[in-house]
Design a protein around this ligand. Structure first.
Ligand SMILES: NC(=O)c1ccc[n+]([C@@H]2O[C@H](COP(=O)([O-])OP(=O)(O)OC[C@H]3O[C@@H](n4cnc5c(N)ncnc54)[C@H](OP(=O)(O)O)[C@@H]3O)[C@@H](O)[C@H]2O)c1
Length: 236
């Protein structure tokens, strides 16, 4: 563990949160991880514990971690303690996954990304979108040290340039090439229904996919919604 690295907290100790904990702990971060209830219910694999990750309560994560990663179902976002996270950097790794979580009207507006909705809830935090588009098994299997040629890429989207760089450095530390998107709203380009979602590709290919967003399913829906909003009929 390295003293100069921020303490990372993870809210959500499911399939995805535990892999993130393992990678962050192996990269030298002190990691706190919580589910919705008793930390004793969290079965952290031995190698995660050995690297210094600790299972605790969500309240302790929110209070003690300097950077908090959201790895819980998006339909629970209102349970995220906004006051306790005020002033902190929060990484949103969540997705609107209607098949599992049910359809929720607020996430169906193609003009608003889910991370903007999370930022609205966490109005006193700096929210950065990252990690959402890669499946947990790829995340687990594909982490590679910097400099290795077959490194895969992870998109990072934020409005705040300093927060963007900090999260990009965490992505790099845990084994992936960060690809920066310079607005939180551009996180829409990494959401379900886009090419990067579920992709396991290098930085050049991820950037190409992001650039093709306008022709993705999500991009086309966004263009249609924008056209409808700007049409003279919608002004009536
Ligand atoms: N699975 C993937 O490959 C993947 C990839 C990228 C992003 N993601 C995103 O990561 C999130 C989690 O996915 P998952 O597959 O890991 O789901 P999962 O296995 O069902 O785990 C969900 C976790 O969230 C916890 N949780 C629920 N409410 C909470 C709260 N209020 N505070 C703290 N923790 C809470 C649950 O704890 P309890 O069991 O104690 O309720 C559980 O540990 C989703 O938003 C998903 O879109 C997943």
């Amino acid at each position: 563990m390295t003293a100069d690295k921020p303490v990372i907290g993870i809210l959500g100790a499911g399939k995805f949160g535990v892999v993130l904990a393992r990678l962050a702990a192996a990269a030298g971060y002190r990691v706190l991880i919580a589910g919705s209830g008793d930390p004793k219910r969290i079965a952290l694999p031995h190698d995660v514990l050995a690297h210094g990750a600790t299972a605790t309560t969500a309240a302790a994560v929110a209070q003690q971690a300097e950077i908090v990663i959201l790895a819980l179902p998006l339909n629970k976002y209102r349970e995220i303690p906004a006051n306790a996270l005020a002033g902190k950097l929060v990484i949103d790794a969540m997705n609107y996954w209607w098949a599992a979580d049910g359809v929720q009207a607020e996430f169906t507006d193609p003009l608003t990304s889910s991370s903007e909705i999370v930022q609205n809830h966490l109005s006193a935090s700096r929210v950065v979108k990252a990690f959402n588009h890669m499946g947990y098994t790829d995340l687990e299997d594909e982490a590679r040290p910097a400099g290795q040629t077959d490194r895969k890429a992870i998109g990072v989207a934020a409005d705040d340039a300093e927060a963007l760089d900090l999260v990009a450095s965490i992505v790099n530390d845990i084994g992936f090439h960060p690809v920066r998107l310079r607005q939180l709203a551009d996180g829409a380009k990494l959401e379900p229904g886009t090419e990067p979602f579920g992709a396991d590709v290098d930085a050049a290919e991820l950037q190409a996919m992001i650039d093709r967003f306008p022709t993705s399913q999500r991009g086309l829906r966004r263009a249609a919604a924008l056209a409808a909003r700007n049409s003279p009929a919608s002004a009536d």
